[in-house]
Write a protein that binds this ligand. Structure first.
Ligand SMILES: Cc1cc2nc3c(=O)[nH]c(=O)nc-3n(C[C@H](O)[C@H](O)[C@H](O)COP(=O)(O)O)c2cc1C
Ligand SMILES: C=C(O[C@@H]1CC(C(=O)O)=C[C@@H](OP(=O)(O)O)[C@H]1O)C(=O)O
Length: 382
């Protein structure tokens, strides 16, 4: 499978094309829009999320509620575009350009992007660097999650820590409703309250916050990915997808950073066999060994940096005058950690769905389902 997204943050719309999805997958707006709405949520988001009510238009590849095997086109309108039509379509060469951005924001794409593409109005950089693009990626990933759910795979995401406030350790699949109900995407209500206070303080101070997120998947068959060549290794592919999300700066499989301090006897998972098949009593590996799923729950943790745009700005340089200045202040989120969990679950879902198709082939969903069931059976008896 492959996909492309296009669209600027304040342009008319975001567009995504997905190619390679099997036919006969039941698919409609109801499978995509709830993910878009979840991505918009979370305590600490800025005013843009009040303007947008993201929903996907399915423009090709689906007929009578089922995929046909043809490329799928998804479109998400930017409602805010109507407030930016003039700014987004300046006269060629017209100077000074309205809302030009010339005070490069440390931590954002502005300075390196301006030098790379030779833009002096850094708006030409930020429009595409913006995490608005993640709306398109979530739409794409939600289709992958739908395919996974038809194959018996379920995912989840939650906030582990935000602005230095730690949620209670542990994850319970039965607590998913509490996570979905929480504007901080944690089942730990006490931590959520402290996080809200921390976000309020950061906002008052003109500052921003990052955090740590966890993504989990269960029901995966053994052997997605491969040890046979570097670019087939699923851990590498997951890490690549996760790190490609705006503001993600670290990723670990299981609790890799803690485990790096321990001896092997305290890290690896002993294997046993009794009915109905192979079993491990621990899952410290986080579901991946040698670039392959091992049948245990997949556990991924990701570090998100604090938002780059500060209302109490850092020193920077004006790229027109080279004089010292304060970094540009754009409307912005104080934190987007809860929203990022939704993005991460969907982008990891894409990698997993892709690996499923690679291992099991499948022009159609029923063929895929038969082959996955047979592989699950084989793994027990092996
Ligand atoms: C859901 C989400 C929302 C974001 N919102 C903002 C924002 O409002 N302001 C901002 O400066 N950065 C925001 N970011 C992060 C920037 O897009 C990102 O830091 C920037 O593109 C530079 O890329 P890098 O951090 O990966 O190096 C957001 C990221 C995500 C995932
Ligand atoms: C638009 C979204 O996030 C945006 C991501 C973003 C950035 O710099 O990454 C900056 C802000 O853009 P704006 O200035 O238009 O408010 C966020 O709102 C979104 O998540 O849909």
């Amino acid at each position: 499978m492959r996909f492309l997204t296009a669209g600027e943050s304040h342009g008319p719309q975001l567009t995504a094309i997905i190619e390679g999805l099997p036919s006969q997958l039941p698919l409609g707006k109801a499978d995509i829009d709830p993910w878009l709405r979840k991505r918009q949520g979370g305590y600490g988001r800025g005013r843009r999320m009040v303007i947008e009510t993201d929903e996907a238009q399915i423009l090709s590849g689906v007929r009578a509620g089922r995929t046909t095997g043809a490329p799928i086109t998804l479109a998400i309108a930017n409602k805010d575009h109507r407030n930016w039509t003039e700014i987004m379509s300046p006269e060629p060469g017209g100077e000074p350009r309205k809302k030009a951005l010339t005070d490069a924001r440390p931590g954002h794409a502005d300075l390196a992007g301006g030098i790379k593409y030779r833009h002096k109005d850094l708006r030409d950089v930020l429009e595409r660097a913006s995490a608005r693009e993640t709306a398109a990626r979530v739409a794409v990933g939600s289709v992958a999650l739908k395919l996974l759910s038809e194959l018996g795979v379920q995912g989840a995401n939650h906030v582990v820590s935000l602005g230095g406030i730690e949620a209670r350790e542990g994850f319970d699949w039965n607590a998913l409703d509490a996570i979905e109900d929480s504007d901080l995407r944690t089942a730990d209500q006490d931590a959520a309250e402290q996080m809200r206070e921390r976000i309020d303080r950061a906002k008052r101070d003109g500052d921003t916050l990052g955090g740590i997120l966890e993504v989990r998947f269960r029901g995966l068959p053994v052997g997605l990915g491969s040890y046979a060549h570097s670019d087939r290794k699923l851990d590498g592919r997951i890490a690549g997808a996760v790190m490609s999300v705006q503001a993600m700066k670290g990723v670990e499989i299981g609790r890799a950073f803690d485990q790096a301090r321990l001896p092997g006897s305290g890290v690896h998972d002993a294997v046993y066999y009794d009915q109905p098949g192979y079993r491990r009593d621990t899952n410290r590996a986080g579901g991946l060994e040698a670039g392959m799923t091992n049948g245990e729950e997949l556990i991924i943790r990701v570090a998100m940096k604090p938002i780059a745009t500060l209302m109490s700005p850092l020193p920077t340089v004006n790229v027109l005058t080279h004089e010292a200045s304060d970094a540009a202040r754009e409307r912005s989120d104080t934190t987007a950690v809860p929203a990022a969990g939704v993005v991460l679950q969907t982008v990891v879902g894409w990698v997993l769905a892709d690996a499923m198709l690679e291992k099991f082939g499948g022009d159609t969903l029923p063929e895929l389902q038969e082959r996955v069931a047979a592989a699950q059976q084989y793994a027990l008896q092996y």
